[in-house]
Design a binder for this molecule. Structure first.
Ligand code: ADP
Ligand code: MG
Length: 323
C-alpha cells in the first residue's frame, strides 16, 4: 500500500473535473469556498452507490466512478440544472492504486465533460461505498408537481437497456457480442441527460429521471401533481440491443419496472410539444410520446387490443420486503 490518506486525496482527487472561476478554494482545506453567482438558485442532490447492491462486486473501477457521478448528474438533469460543483465521500476496503486510477478516471472524465469541479469530500476505510453530492445552477426548475390533465408524457432516448444491461452484467443473459457490449455500456456508463433537461426546462410542466423504472418514477410525478395517467406500453422506445437479447416483452417489463435507464420523463402541454421535440432533435436525442396525463388518479396501460387496465409494475424500492 504505502499510500497515506492525504497522498491518496492529493494524487487522485485534488485536481478532478473542470477548473471553475467560481471555486475560490477546492480540495485541501477544511471546507471548500465557492462563489455562487448573485441571485441564481442552486439545485443540490446526493446519491450513494453500495457495492453488491447498486453495482456488482468486482465491477470495473472506471465504470463505478462514472456511474457514481452519472446518477447524480441525472438528478440535476431532471431539475433542468447546469452542473457546477461536486463532493465525493469514498469508503474503500483498501487503497489499491490501480483501482483508484480507474475510478478517478471514470469520475473525473465525466466531471470535466459537464464542466463540473470536484471541490471536496471524505475518504474512509470500510466496505466499498461511493456517495457523490452535486450542485448546479437552475433558472427554471423542472419540478415533479407541475403535470396537468391533458399534458402528454414523453421520454428521452431509449428505455429497457439499463434493466436488461444489469442481467448482462450479472451474466444471466445470452447475447451476441455487440448487443452485450451495448447493454453493458448502457448499464455501467449511463449518459446523464443534462443538456436535454436544460432544454426541456423551457417547455415541460414536470420532469423526473428514470432510475427505478418508468412506472415508479412516473408515479412520483402523478403523486406530486395530484393526477393520473394512461401509458401506451406499445409506444415505449425500447433499446434495440435489449430487444435483440431479451425479447420485446422482457425489455418492456425492464423499462417499466426495472431500473438504471437514466432517461428523463417529462410532461408537456400539447402546444409546447413541437418546440420540445425540435429542441431535442437539435441535441441528437429522441423524444417519444408514451402517454397522457389525466384527472383520474392512478396509472393505467392501454393494451394491444385497446382496452385500458391498471398498470401493475413495481419499481425498485430498497426497503420493500415481499411477504
Ligand atoms: P478533515 O479531517 O478536515 O475533514 P479530510 O482529511 O477529510 O479533512 O479531507 C482533507 C481535504 O480533502 C478536504 O478538503 C476534503 O474536502 C478533501 N477530500 C477528502 N476526501 C476526498 C475525496 N474522496 N474526494 C475529494 N476531496 C476529498
Ligand atoms: Mg473529513
Amino acid at each position: 500500500m504505502g499510500l497515506s490518506e492525504f497522498d491518496l486525496i492529493d494524487r487522485y482527487f485534488a485536481r478532478c473535473g473542470a477548473e471553475r472561476p467560481d471555486v475560490e478554494l477546492g480540495v485541501g482545506d477544511d471546507a471548500a469556498l465557492l462563489i455562487p453567482a448573485a441571485g441564481r438558485r442552486l439545485a443540490w442532490a446526493t446519491d450513494t452507490l453500495v457495492a453488491g447492491r447498486h453495482f456488482p462486486e468486482g465491477a470495473d473501477a472506471a465504470a463505478v466512478g462514472h456511474k457514481a457521478l452519472a446518477v447524480n448528474l441525472s438528478d440535476l438533469a431532471a431539475m433542468g440544472a447546469e452542473p457546477a460543483w461536486a463532493t465525493l465521500a469514498l469508503t474503500l476496503p483498501e487503497a489499491e492504486e490501480a483501482w483508484l486510477t480507474g475510478f478517478a478516471t471514470g469520475l473525473c472524465d465525466l466531471a470535466t465533460e459537464h464542466h463540473l469541479a470536484l471541490v471536496g469530500g471524505d475518504t474512509t476505510g470500510g466496505p466499498l461505498t461511493v456517495t457523490v453530492g452535486v450542485a448546479g445552477f437552475v433558472d427554471r426548475p423542472l419540478r415533479r408537481d407541475g403535470a396537468r390533465a391533458g399534458d402528454g408524457i414523453w421520454v428521452t432516448g431509449e428505455v429497457g437497456g439499463g434493466g436488461i444491461g444489469l442481467e448482462a452484467a450479472l451474466d444471466r443473459l445470452a447475447a451476441g457480442a455487440s448487443d452485450r457490449a451495448a447493454l453493458l455500456d448502457r448499464y455501467y456508463r449511463p449518459q446523464p441527460r443534462v443538456a436535454a433537461g436544460r432544454a426541456l426546462a423551457r417547455w415541460a410542466s414536470a420532469a423526473v429521471d428514470v432510475s427505478d423504472g418508468l412506472a415508479a418514477d412516473l408515479g412520483h410525478i402523478l403523486a406530486a401533481s395530484g393526477v393520473g395517467a394512461t401509458l401506451e406500453p406499445g409506444a415505449l422506445p425500447l433499446a434495440p440491443s435489449a430487444v435483440n437479447a431479451a425479447g420485446e416483452a422482457a425489455t418492456r417489463e425492464a423499462a417499466l419496472a426495472g431500473g438504471d435507464d437514466y432517461e428523463l420523463v417529462v410532461t408537456l402541454p400539447p402546444e409546447r410539444e413541437g418546440a420540445a421535440v425540435e429542441a431535442l432533435a437539435g441535441l441528437g436525442l429522441a423524444l417519444t410520446r408514451i402517454g397522457t396525463i389525466e384527472p383520474e388518479p392512478g396509472l393505467r396501460g392501454r393494451e394491444a387490443d385497446g382496452r385500458v387496465a391498471p398498470l401493475v409494475a413495481g419499481g425498485h424500492d430498497h426497503f420493500r420486503r415481499d411477504p
